[in-house]
Design a protein around this ligand. Structure first.
Ligand code: ADP
Length: 550
């Protein structure tokens, strides 16, 4: 027997309709690519999203067509996403931090038909356009005057080019959204592909909608209509962690940082727009916190910051909480998980613990949100105990988790029971708090035992002179591999190898102690802000540990 409740397909453009209808005046503020602060609201965005849909329809685009965006977080990007999904298209976020060859590979693999791009990326687009035979139209996300200025300044010669405002100008704004199946594809995002080619994750309307509801919960992003939310995390990085959907869903104000993600620009918006919640990867906060410290910035409106994408060090959580009175929400997830997986909010009994003990939980990656099943296994797929000690391959299942990559790639990540192997190595404790110890390809195997590079890095950045730290395994004749700690000093800081090793003493097991410390000017990062260990390993390929002769 079937239930007698209405069919109301979970289509993501219903989110913008809901926001327009019920929170129409709520502002969307952007630091525009052109420069000035731009203000609009959900009512206007919903109308202009319909204009985008109408114009794409007129162009002859069909359901399922991939339409790329190469853009910062702006109101136009938001309109474009909702417009694309409402006409049945698939928004495909391109990460401008990738190399041109990677972008060409990805856009061709996706068979993108249109590319919406910010004028900051004009020369990049000019460079890749000749190698993108399927792209029929390039839309510069600006008005005609700024497009003319851009063309004059950059000299960029892009074929089939139109300004966004011209593109939508002839549309009425009364377009009727397409009637779609909630399982229809609506978004596409490629993983960074640190090993092998990038792989496409194809979201459905249903998965994005369910994910937005998962995000909005109080023990997750805890977003509400009284919030002013600044997603520093770009829309091209795993859907801005769902905020482009969850914020309008609850009618929160959105503050879009555009191209300026430096400490000064972010802090200015936090203050002027009275931001209550923000989100970004740890590397962004490393520089922002330095800026705040140097300029005596206070954050009177901000009450929480979501940090994920790589492990959030204890020292960062403590600085936000003690110095700025801002709560840190540590989260873990993946592009493949839409992306939210676990959240480090305090469960009831943890909230009752003394502050120090709470901190031991806050540094963990957190407990799963509803809709995420999680387990750890050994290499033979035997489930390991949830005792906070055993660590193994982290596997996940759920309605907003990938079940196969675009065009059938990467099948070895999935098993017959529907579990997806995250490629992370983790522990899960009896309270379901999960701790990532490493990416499986980054674990350091010393004398048959595993050493967690992440844990050592997180402790090392707690040293007052350390700006950033990375640990890699280096070949060792006796132990196979031993840890090497690579450190970027804070500007002007004087610190020695011995100081740092002394600082680590007692904080990690003796046999985890790095065999050496090397100082570098910069640590390389991936396009999503993670430490690029493959490059570091290449960089230190010829390096020999002082202990290697033992
Ligand atoms: P990409 O792989 O494209 O850089 P993702 O954001 O999808 O982008 O990367 C997901 C991976 O990032 C996870 O599998 C995990 O290794 C790492 N990660 C994400 N959040 C955290 C976190 N809070 N702590 C440690 N690692 C994290």
């Amino acid at each position: 027997m079937l239930g007698l409740m209405q069919d109301w397909p979970l289509l993501v453009h219903k989110i913008i309709d809901h926001a327009a209808q019920n929170h129409g005046d709520r502002e969307v503020v952007t630091r525009s690519v052109e420069g000035p602060i731009h203000r609009t609201n959900y009512r206007e965005i919903a109308v202009r999203a319909r204009k985008v849909a109408e114009a794409l329809d007129r162009l002859g685009l069909k359901e399922g067509d991939r339409i790329a965006t190469l853009a910062w977080n702006t109101w136009r990007h938001l309109e474009t996403w909702y417009g694309i999904t409402g006409m049945g298209g698939v928004y495909h976020t391109l990460n401008p931090r990738l190399f041109p060859d990677q972008l060409i590979y990805i856009a061709n693999h996706a068979e993108d038909k249109v590319i919406f791009f910010d004028i900051t990326f004009a020369s990049l687009v000019e460079q890749i356009a000749p190698k993108l035979p399927k792209v029929e139209l390039y839309i510069a996300m600006t008005d005609a005057a700024h497009l003319a200025e851009m063309t004059k300044k950059s000299g960029a010669n892009i074929p089939n080019l139109v300004a966004y405002e011209e593109f939508i100008a002839g549309s009425s704004g009364t377009y009727e959204w397409k009637q779609l199946d909630e399982k229809a594809a609506c978004g596409l995002c490629y993983t960074s592909g640190t090993t092998g080619n990038p792989k496409g994750v194809l979201y459905s309307h249903r998965s994005n909608m369910l994910h937005a509801m998962m995000c909005a919960q109080t023990d997750a992003q805890a977003v509400c209509s009284r919030d002013s939310i600044l997603p520093v995390v770009p829309m091209f990085h795993a859907n801005a962690w769902g905020l482009a959907f969850s914020a309008p869903m609850v009618g929160a104000k959105l503050v879009m940082p555009g191209p300026k993600l430096d400490g000064a620009s972010v802090c200015e918006l936090l203050t002027t727009e009275r931001v209550t919640m923000t989100a970004a990867v740890p590397t962004v906060w490393l520089t922002a916190l330095q800026y705040m410290d140097q300029n005596n910035i206070s954050l009177p409106h901000l009450n929480r910051v979501m940090i994920g994408g790589s492990a959030c060090p204890r020292s960062m959580i403590e600085t936000f909480e003690k110095k700025y009175n801002v709560q840190v929400i540590h989260a873990w997830g993946m592009t493949e998980m839409s992306p939210l997986g676990t959240i480090g909010t305090l469960k009831h009994h943890v909230a009752e613990l003394p502050h120090d003990k709470q901190m031991d939980y806050k540094v963990k990656q957190g407990h799963p949100v509803f809709g995420v099943e999680m387990k750890i296994t050994d290499d033979d797929n035997n489930e390991l105990p949830r005792d906070g000690k055993a660590f193994g391959r982290l596997k996940v299942r759920g309605p907003a988790i990938v079940k196969g990559y675009f065009r059938g790639e990467g099948t070895d990540a999935f098993d017959d029971d529907g579990w997806f192997d995250t490629g992370d190595v983790a522990t899960i404790d009896s309270e379901s708090y999960m701790t990532i110890t490493d990416r499986s390809k980054d674990v350091i195997k010393s004398g048959g035992e595993w050493i967690s590079s992440i844990e050592i890095e997180n402790i090392a950045v707690g040293h007052p002179a350390v700006a950033e730290a990375a640990v890699i395994g280096v070949r060792h004749p006796k132990w196979d591999e031993r840890p090497l700690l690579i450190v970027v000093k804070k500007p002007g800081a004087a610190v020695t190898r011995e100081d740092i090793l002394e600082y680590l003493k007692g904080k990690i097991a003796k046999w985890w102690m790095p065999d050496d410390v090397q100082f570098v000017a910069d640590i390389p990062h991936t396009a999503t802000g993670k430490i690029q260990k493959t490059t570091l390993r290449e960089q230190f390929h010829a390096y020999r540990l002082p202990t290697a002769a033992e």
